[in-house]
Design a protein around this ligand. Structure first.
Ligand SMILES: C[S@@+](CC[C@H](N)C(=O)[O-])C[C@H]1O[C@@H](n2cnc3c(N)ncnc32)[C@H](O)[C@@H]1O
Length: 264
């Protein structure tokens, strides 16, 4: 039988692996991510990396928190990049572990640019993004052959100098999967309605997908702000809006609950 550790390249000292940890449940880690956890000297991890994932770290590995936590001072992106470069220059095997996929609303691109500019060798290991996992485990297909030919992944939290054109996104007719959107739902919904989406467009929100804190709320576009205001949709959550969200009701009766012991 092939040993799983042989499926990954060696983790060389002085390099950085930029790895997606998936949405929470360690069962959704890739084999490369598991092998990186078993080999890394230092693991620089984000707030949304589940503790169950970190439990696979090699004994003796140093765990450094570099995430953003509500209400507490956030790690500055520039400092995180500098820290990764410093650790690599010290000859460490540096695992930069990010929730979901590092290149989907994870600022992994900025870290890759910084490492490249500094001449540090690095590898990028994709992860299962929460936007797709949260839907799939609850029976919501991101694409359905006769329902949609495209799907939009959007953030509710644009860069300070940017604006998100919700009316234009609504006009595409494609379902919209929102990350980091809970606190901005009123303005997002207003924009989508102005762009022509019907108030009764199906919607689903999944908080803490694949973790022990998971909750799901089903509704329609127009009630999303009220559900958030009442605390029924809490961050971190994925909110999906579009006909795909209604598919779940047709299959949910026979859908086995997702999850491993560790995630419960
Ligand atoms: C900074 S983004 C990171 C996204 C991540 N790179 C990914 O691919 O999933 C953080 C947002 O991802 C979403 N998120 C991450 N993990 C989640 C989970 N387990 N359940 C629901 N939403 C999650 C939430 O919208 C959260 O506000």
């Amino acid at each position: 039988m092939t040993s799983l550790s042989r499926l990954s390249p060696p983790f060389a000292p002085g390099t950085v692996w930029l790895v997606g940890a998936g949405p929470g449940d360690p069962g959704l880690l890739t084999i490369h991510a598991m092998n990186a956890l078993a080999a890394a000297d230092v693991i620089v991890y984000d707030a949304l990396v589940d503790p169950a994932v970190l439990s696979f770290a090699r004994e003796g590995a140093v765990l450094e928190f570099a995430g953003k936590r509500g209400g507490k001072p956030s790690a500055v992106q520039r400092d995180i990049c500098e820290r990764l470069i410093e650790l690599a220059c010290d000859g460490k095997r540096v695992l930069r572990l990010k929730g979901g996929d590092p290149f989907i609303f994870g600022r992994g691109g900025e870290e890759a640019l910084a490492l490249s500019d500094a001449g540090v060798a690095f590898r990028i290991i994709p992860g299962v993004s929460s936007g797709l996992a949260a839907l799939a485990i609850h029976g919501v297909p991101a694409t359905m052959r006769r329902t949609n030919h495209a799907v939009i992944l959007a953030t509710g939290h644009a860069a300070p100098d940017a604006q998100i054109e919700w009316t234009s996104l609504a006009r595409t007719g494609a379902p919209i999967v929102l990350y980091m959107a809970v606190s901005s739902l009123p303005s997002i919904v207003e924009g989508l309605l102005a762009g022509g989406l019907a108030g009764d467009t199906p919607a689903i929100a999944v908080h803490g997908a694949t973790t022990g804190k998971e909750s799901i709320v089903e509704g329609t576009l127009e009630v999303l702000p009220r559900l958030a205001e009442e605390g029924l949709i809490r961050s971190p959550a994925i909110v999906a809006i579009g006909a795909i969200a209604a598919f779940r009701s047709a299959i949910v009766n026979h859908l086995l609950e997702f999850g491993s012991e560790a995630a419960q």
